[in-house]
Write a protein that binds this ligand. Structure first.
Ligand SMILES: [Mg+2]
Length: 276
């Protein structure tokens, strides 16, 4: 047999999966960062903002574990406690993390400018809107109600706690596809402000769009971004774009308001028979 024939999906995008903090709400992805810092401070081990933000996107308990495995943090823990941090410490910090995070989530629930307009665009295209998150079910319950008050209501939301493992594994995306009744996976696109969130989409066989400006990569809110010197902002955006592109993101844009234009490009590529 000299010829093989391959099936190709050449239809348009049918679904979009949006991250939460840093993508649709909480410009700068502050809510989790401030609580990770507080939880470590209470253990007598201060951590930097960069250390707090590095594993962003993961299940929050996994995130606490990853911070504890950072060599510099483990070293400071050793100085403070006379031993390395262990799994009991991670469990104890996660127990402290949950109520602290729940208590301040609503303070960071404002939508990122352009979210409602972008979601309206996705719906005009006939696309389903799903979402994935590293937040737990209880946290998402609170955020879903805050988002609804502000006019944003996705068709499906899957938390890291709903599936066997969170990011970068693909299960939250695949569960969304089932909830939305949408396939094949190349007809879906993942939008996220973190590297584990991009990997999650890639692992699910989806198109991926990284957001460089509004989320964890720069880690500043809209006012703070506005105060940056133009060259400083340019350098920060370039760094974020490079990191996301190297992670495999198909596209990197500033924020959700730039996503509709990218969808036109992906639809053209699908029509030519390209795959993610
Ligand atoms: Mg995020």
């Amino acid at each position: 047999m000299e010829f093989f024939f391959q099936r190709q999906y050449r239809g348009p995008l049918k679904g979009i999966l949006l991250d939460w903090a840093g993508t649709t709400m909480d410009y700068g992805c502050y809510a989790p960062a401030v609580v990770f810092i507080e939880v470590y401070k209470r253990k007598g081990v201060p951590i930097s903002v960069d250390e707090a933000r590095a594993p962003m996107g993961a299940h929050k308990k996994v995130h606490i574990r990853k911070i504890s495995q950072t060599p510099a943090v483990a070293g400071r823990w050793q100085e403070a406690h006379g031993r390395r941090p262990n799994e009991d410490d991670v469990e104890a910090m996660f127990r402290e993390f949950v109520p602290l995070q729940l208590a301040c989530l609503a303070d960071y629930a404002d939508l990122i400018p352009g979210t409602l307009e972008a979601v309206a665009d996705f719906r005009r295209r006939g696309m389903k809107v799903g979402s994935t998150t590293g937040y737990t079910g209880d946290m998402m319950k609170l955020l879903l109600s805050e988002a609804k008050k502000r006019g944003y209501e996705p068709d499906s939301t899957v938390c890291a706690t709903d599936v066997p493992a969170g990011r970068p594994e693909p299960w939250m995306c695949l569960q969304n596809a089932m909830n939305l009744g949408v396939y094949p996976m190349e007809a879906l696109v993942k939008v996220d402000d973190t590297l584990p969130g991009i990997e999650e989409g890639l692992n699910a066989g989806m198109w991926t769009i990284g957001l460089a400006k509004t989320g964890n990569e720069i880690g500043l809110n809209e006012v703070e971004i506005g105060q940056l010197a133009p060259d400083d902002l340019k350098a920060k955006l370039a760094r974020a774009c490079t990191r996301m592109a190297k992670c495999g993101a198909h596209y990197v844009v500033d924020g959700i308001e730039d996503v509709p234009a990218v969808l036109d490009d992906i639809n053209a590529r699908l029509a030519r028979g390209e795959r993610p």
